[in-house]
Design a protein around this ligand. Structure first.
Ligand code: GDP
Ligand code: MG
Length: 629
């Protein structure tokens, strides 16, 4: 690899637009993997990714490509290039991972499914790439499909501000599935990306142990190798045996092994400017391999590369073991999984009702869902996951800002009355697309979820149903609950929805309240929720009913109450049990009555019980009530 001129690129696309398929074809065409034509998805290595068709972690792979150039005498010359492909996740929950992967690249392929056109995530990725100043190579994929509409895509690209007539941005039409036009993609990568200064013709600088700047853009924990960091060498070279220093922490390490993925890990002993590969040094803990960090040589003065902003969790939920005794095992499993995904935050929490558990922060709902399924698939842990909460922002009169990620931390009514507290909730910009006939229904759905209409567009499509595109500003809290199932059912599955966090408009002030519940005067903390005042009474009624259904009859009457700000908003009553169990047995024989009472007592004994004041609830039914997974 050392003598080859490098090009580092990434593929960005909306989910299912063909990124993984294209990556497979590129690897086959360059002989990096054998030709199979099958859908191999080489880059998607984690089991959960393959099953769900989602790329979670970014991966890097190198390949060599023989670029053909006509010589002056008419013969064909060949120049071999080193191409480094950095894969990025495609879902909006992972926008942060996209940005850190792109920073390691020189250019990006913007893949668009020509039958679908530009989608929200295409735009979100496009913006990240543009902000980083990366050259973009638009690719219209799936042109083999009869539904593909290249002209419409061209118009949409122009709308994004891409001059499709400019040779540098001229879109390529391909089919990643059949391989049509894929060779042109390789050519275009070479032609349209400039060589990094100092790497032309493979004359890669070494600078003799000086000037190394390596950008850490991904890392994970491997049970055999320890901490593995993926780096993109921006200047100089890194060699096995080098003493390197983290610009972020100042900590010093020794390079124990270094190499590339081709497509599997291969030691090379060195990585030079323009190359992308993995480094193993004596890091003990994942947290030492900070994403966005610059590694440099010991005793060398360098300017660190521009870092990254840390990821911010947008959805919080609590996880509790189904059996209280399993907490230690659960916590261990959570920590091990979180080790490979630093965008997850973990904090211990305890609930009166559920015992010890963990409060987890995720980038979005999909992220949370993937985490939960990995936990049960890879660690065999059955867990209870509570309702998701978004991070609310609380600003005190003295200007102090704090984030409230759990109802436990919601300010008390007294505090709110006495102090001028500003409460805000996160908002997103959503883009909903559906066939025209569902427009009314979908607008209704958005407004039920406190959405504010921003824009409505009807597409002009020949031979197909007219599509409508609705743009809404929506509170994040509204889309983490039942928005998606409703969207699907009320549009007969035809509507699509994507959201992004609008920069500079992350929060809006909101009339938020805490809804809490009591059984005969004793609070049940695990059921509390933060929500908008307009929803509190209706939700209070729904949950009071659900709660009533899981409270077994007692010897006394039990009041189920829902409170907002000290006021009861809903009430249900569980009537006393002796009266009811035997009701309807007028004068029936006493032995039967006694037996029924005895049976019920024993039945209750078998299950663990949750004690709320004087009331006992079988924990199994309480868990069912709480679990939203
Ligand atoms: P990703 O989510 O962007 O990685 O998309 P995938 O590469 O997983 O592709 C999504 C689906 O589209 C898969 O079922 C592919 O087989 C299919 N697909 C990808 N490229 C093409 C193409 O050029 N033509 C057709 N007809 N299908 C394609
Ligand atoms: Mg994929």
């Amino acid at each position: 690899f050392d003598s080859l001129e490098p090009r580092t690129f990434s593929i960005i696309a909306h989910v299912d637009h063909g990124k993984s398929t294209l990556a497979d074809r590129l690897l086959e065409l360059t002989g990096t993997i054998p030709k199979s034509g099958a859908n191999r998805q080489v880059l998607d290595r984690l089991k959960v990714e393959r099953e769900r068709g989602i790329t979670v972690k970014s991966q890097a792979v190198s390949m060599t490509y023989d670029y053909e150039t006509p010589n002056a005498d008419g013969s064909v010359g060949k120049k071999r290039y080193l191409l480094n492909l950095i894969d990025t996740p495609g879902h909006v929950d992972f926008a942060y991972e996209v940005s850190r992967s792109l920073a390691a690249c020189q250019s990006a392929l913007l893949v668009i499914d020509a039958s679908q056109g530009i989608q929200a995530q295409t735009i979100a990725n496009f913006r990240v790439a543009k902000a980083l100043g990366l050259p973009l190579l638009p690719i219209l994929n799936k042109v083999d499909l009869p539904a593909s509409d290249v002209d419409r895509c061209l118009v949409q690209l122009e709308e994004l501000g891409i001059d499709t007539a400019d040779p540098v941005h001229r879109p390529l039409m391909i089919s990643a599935k059949t391989g049509l036009g894929v060779e042109d993609v390789l050519k275009a990568i070479v032609e349209r990306t400039a060589a990094m200064p100092g790497t032309e013709d493979g004359k890669v600088e070494d600078r003799d142990g000086k000037g190394l700047r390596a950008l850490v853009f991904d890392s994970w924990y491997d049970s055999f190798k320890g901490v593995v960091a993926l780096v993109s060498i921006k200047d100089g070279a890194m060699k096995k045996g080098n003493s390197i220093v983290s610009a972020h922490s100042g900590k010093k390490y020794e390079v124990l092994d270094i190499g590339v993925n081709y497509p599997d890990a291969k030691s090379t002993g060195i990585l030079r400017k323009g190359q992308v590969g993995w480094v193993i040094c004596n890091m003990k803990d994942m947290r030492e391999a900070t994403i966005g960090d610059t590694m440099h040589l010991a005793n060398d003065k360098i300017e660190p590369l521009e870092g990254f902003r840390p990821s911010v969790p947008m959805v919080y939920a609590s996880a509790y073991p189904v059996e209280t005794t399993d907490f230690v095992k659960l916590e261990e499993a959570i920590n091990r999984l979180a080790l490979n995904d630093r965008s997850i935050t973990v904090q211990r929490e305890s609930s009166m009702a559920l015992g010890q558990g963990c409060r987890l922060g995720f980038l979005g709902t999909l992220h949370a869902e993937i985490f939960r399924s990995r936990l049960s698939e890879e660690y065999g842990q059955e867990i209870l996951v509570t309702a998701p909460t978004v991070p609310y922002r609380l600003t005190r009169p003295n200007g102090k800002v704090s984030i409230i990620s759990s109802p436990i931390d919601f300010p008390s009514d007294g505090d709110r009355a006495n102090k001028a507290l500003l409460l805000e909730e996160p908002v997103v910009h959503g883009r909903l697309t559906c066939p025209e006939e569902y427009t009314g229904e979908m607008m209704q759905l958005c407004s039920e979820h406190r959405g504010e209409e921003l824009d409505v567009n009807f597409s002009e499509m020949t031979g197909q149903k007219r599509q409508v595109e609705l743009k809404y500003r929506l509170p994040m809290a509204e889309i983490v609950t039942d928005f998606f199932p409703k969207l699907k059912s009320r549009s007969s599955g035809y509507a699509g929805f994507e959201y992004e966090i609008a920069e500079g408009e992350e929060y809006q002030s909101s009339d938020l309240v805490k809804l809490s519940f009591q059984l005969s005067g004793t609070p049940i903390d695990a059921l509390s929720m933060i929500l908008h005042r307009s929803k509190a009474t209706a939700e209070g009624r729904i949950w009071a009913k659900k709660l009533k259904d899981v409270v077994p009859r007692q010897y006394f009457e039990v009041a189920v109450q829902a409170f907002v700000g000290g006021k009861v908003v809903a009430r249900e009553t569980v009537s006393a049990y002796r009266k009811d169990v035997t009701a309807g047995m007028y004068g029936g024989d006493q032995r039967r009555k006694d037996k029924k009472l005895k049976n019920q007592k024993e039945g209750r004994k078998r299950m663990r019980e949750l004690n709320v004041g004087r009331v006992s609830i079988p924990s199994e039914s309480f868990i069912k009530l709480l679990d939203r997974s």
